[in-house]
Design a protein around this ligand. Structure first.
Ligand SMILES: Cc1cc2nc3c(=O)[nH]c(=O)nc-3n(C[C@H](O)[C@H](O)[C@H](O)COP(=O)(O)O)c2cc1C
Length: 231
């Protein structure tokens, strides 16, 4: 199984240990590729819109974003993991999500996303992981991922992994590894109702817009080339 992991921090702290516990279960027989943020994408989206209007290959940060996107497309399982900052995901993770907007349904989705599975793993000192989950799941959904499972860990005892009690660390590891065991068999996900609905709505949107355009926008040319719309 190919697993692509995006880690929303470079700190080798709680996020790192939780991620390692998850991967330990899946490591045998898996090919794992990891991206640490911001190291592997040290830039914010500049808002130039070149990706939307021309091509993502012309993005000023394509040398960073391209390998991450290619790895996402090749993966069977995606793992997005992040600490909670200000009740949300980290800015560096959000920066990657911003760079991937060009592949949302409203622009140029890739059908390889439709059969993927994704796991969202977050951790916070308190119990409020929901905002960070929402950030990550919203993007995954619009990118076309149907199967998304989330797990939010409330660290409760502190923010430094070695300072958590052995019992707390063990409880966290058990929880994370019980989720990981569900992914030991590598079968692809079915396209779910939410993704089908988003695709159907955006198809109508692209179809309607394309009929009025001359020349076609990069987005609608893509939909036409895919055979998803007709003129
Ligand atoms: C800038 C910053 C903002 C944070 N905001 C929150 C927060 O809103 N809610 C919360 O429960 N914990 C918050 N925390 C605590 C982190 O979630 C916690 O430090 C992190 O989960 C530990 O994982 P790490 O060792 O991988 O960094 C914040 C931490 C930092 C550094």
């Amino acid at each position: 199984m190919k697993i692509t992991v995006i880690i929303g921090t470079e700190v080798k702290g709680c996020t790192y240990h939780i991620k390692e516990a998850f991967l330990d279960v899946l490591r045998p027989g898996s090919e794992i590729t990891e991206f640490y943020l911001p190291k592997d994408l040290p830039h914010f989206c500049r808002g130039c819109k070149t990706c939307f209007l021309q091509s993502e290959e012309l993005c000023p940060h394509a040398d960073y974003v391209g390998p991450i996107w290619d790895s996402i497309l090749e993966a069977d399982l995606l793992v997005l993991t992040s600490p909670v900052y200000a009740l949300r995901t980290t800015a560096q993770m959000k920066s990657l999500l911003d760079h991937l907007c060009v592949h949302w349904m409203v622009h140029r989705p890739d059908e390889r996303m439709f059969g993927k599975k994704a796991v969202v793993l977050t951790n916070a000192i308190g119990v409020f992981n929901g905002g960070a989950h929402k950030d990550l799941i919203t993007s995954l959904r619009w990118l076309g991922v149907s199967h998304i499972k989330k797990l939010g860990i409330g660290l409760m005892e502190g923010v430094f992994w070695p300072e958590l009690s052995p019992q707390r660390r063990q409880a966290i590891i058990q929880k994370v590894q019980s989720l990981a065991r569900k992914y030991q068999t590598n079968d692809s996900a079915r396209k779910g109702l939410k993704v089908r609905t988003l695709f159907a709505i955006t198809r109508l949107m692209h179809q309607g817009a394309a009929r009025k355009e001359d020349p076609l926008s990069a987005d609608n040319q893509y939909w036409l080339d895919k055979g998803w719309i007709r003129l």
